[in-house]
Design a protein around this ligand. Structure first.
Ligand code: FAD
Length: 445
């Protein structure tokens, strides 16, 4: 069986690895000159950086499994830390929450009750909220905005701001007022509501290429597969002629905005194309600053709390501690916000000032700065957003990509899961079956 895979992001690479392992002949087409898509390494200012600082969590079951399959050792490439949220700059005291190394769910209860900077009433209310979600199996019924769900369950004050809203923005890349409560509940189920290891932060200790794409490419080649870079697929013709070659079936593993025009070319997939054309997107910026190599943050991941209007900081990562590049800090700005209006220079200077205020110190001057803005970093994860199924209405054409994994927001785990699902669909159902056209509501398992 010859399978074409269009798109060499984490979804396409996962599908190709899974198929190659099972003995299928795969050929992966990638428009860019490198693999990785929205999670790729970049070279800038003489440094190996990423297009965006990424965070993984222990709940990324399929990502960790596939990394192991292709020979990228998660133990070596990811730094595992107990979940710890530190916002030293908030109000006078700062907010701090750390989940101790206790068995679940004790670790969560102890972490919530021990949170510094939150009132006892907030803590009890947060424990009740998690118990409520658990009690309803994390199925909230009719989807609504995360902020509505938080209001309904009296989640206020510092825990709302520094735990629930911060987690929502980090995981869904969508502001709590617009984000899907059901998808948020799904992420809570698999992280805070899961085993202790599921809540761990897994922070990359190497660039994103080494985390998966490079090892996946070597694995695919070692199993007889091919990878064609700099090859943009403009059409998927009848009988699956992709870039002039015939295949038995195709997995389309591109972002929703790139899938839509390809799917619109065929009557059978026109409805899915229309659905995807209506998707909205959220940006992410990563601002890298090269400080003197002696500069270290007190924690590898530090929250920046806006205390005055005009402040924009969210998180800063110490890449010295994490990736062995001393002095390199990565500031992350997720979702639409006032930071988008600032030019690169102003944005970097502003973040520098906010970090100094958070640490209550004078910052040394940075020798270089690099701002990477991904304007369409993720789809906007809104309540009730419809997602297409992996199987399309066209015989032998399958979809993969973070947007296809209906349970999850746009994340690496969603991309990997979607790739594995499409590969298994091809393997178990072959290429000749006509599938259904069902779309799945956001967050439906
Ligand atoms: C800055 C940033 C920060 C992020 N942070 C996190 C995080 O902390 N944690 C997390 O889990 N997730 C994070 N994400 C989300 C995560 O990176 C994405 O969900 C994931 O990489 C999507 O993978 P994908 O394979 O579905 O899509 P993509 O990565 O978009 O891959 C699609 C590929 O298809 C190629 N392509 C498109 N059209 C064609 C064509 N016609 N022919 C051939 N090739 C084509 C593209 O070039 C691309 O390489 C972040 C994303 C960004 C941008």
């Amino acid at each position: 069986m010859r399978v074409a895979i269009v798109g060499g992001g984490w979804a396409g690479l996962s599908a190709a690895s899974e198929l190659a392992k099972a003995g299928a002949r795969v050929c992966l087409f990638e428009a860019a000159r490198q693999l990785g898509g929205r999670a790729r390494a970049i070279d800038a200012r003489g440094h190996r950086l990423d297009n965006g600082q990424h965070i993984l969590v222990g709940a990324y079951r399929e990502t960790l499994r596939l990394m192991q399959t292709v020979g990228a050792d998660p133990e070596r490439l990811l730094k595992r830390l107990p979940l710890e949220l530190n916002f030293p700059g908030s109000l006078n005291t700062g907010f701090r929450m750390r989940l101790p190394r206790l068995p679940a769910p004790l670790h969560l209860a102890a972490g919530l009750l021990g949170a510094r900077g939150a009132s006892l009433a907030e803590k009890i209310s947060a424990v009740r909220f998690m118990r409520f979600l658990q009690g309803i199996g994390y199925q909230i019924g009719e989807d609504c905005a995360v902020s509505t769900l938080l209001d309904r369950h009296q989640q206020h004050g510092e825990l709302r701001r520094f735990l629930w809203e911060a987690l929502c923005l980090a995981a869904l890349n969508t502001a709590p007022e617009q984000a899907s409560a059901q998808v948020f509940a799904n992420t809570l189920r698999d992280s805070l509501g899961g085993g202790r290891a599921a809540t761990d932060l897994l922070l990359p200790a190497a660039d994103l290429d080494r985390l998966f794409p490079a090892a996946a490419a070597a694995f695919i080649a070692a199993h007889g597969g091919e990878i064609r870079l700099s090859t943009r697929v403009a059409a998927i013709d009848d009988g699956f002629t992709v870039a002039g070659e015939r295949f038995d079936c195709t997995i389309l593993a591109v972002g929703p905005q790139h899938a839509a025009p390809l799917l619109a070319q065929d009557q059978a997939t026109a409805t899915t194309a229309e659905l995807l054309a209506g998707y909205r997107f959220e940006p992410i910026a990563t601002v890298y600053c090269g400080y003197p190599s002696t500069l270290r943050l007190p924690f590898p991941m530090l929250g920046l709390a806006a205390r005055r209007s005009g402040e924009v900081g969210q998180w800063v990562f110490d890449r010295g501690t994490l990736c062995g590049t001393p002095g390199v800090m990565a500031f992350v700005l997720s979702g639409h916000g006032s930071w988008e209006k600032l030019d690169d220079q102003t944005l970097a200077t502003q973040l520098d000032r906010e970090l100094a205020a958070a640490l209550d110190t004078r910052m040394p001057a940075s020798a270089w700065r690099q701002v990477v803005r991904e304007r369409r970093a993720t789809f906007s994860c809104r309540p009730g957003l419809q997602r297409p199924a992996a199987r399309t209405a066209r015989r032998g054409l399958w979809l993969a990509g973070d947007y296809v994994c209906a349970e999850y927001p746009a994340t690496l785990e969603a991309a990997v899961r979607s790739g594995v699902t499409a590969a298994r669909g091809v393997l178990f159902e072959g290429c000749g079956r006509t599938g259904d056209t069902a779309t799945v509501a956001a967050g439906t398992p």
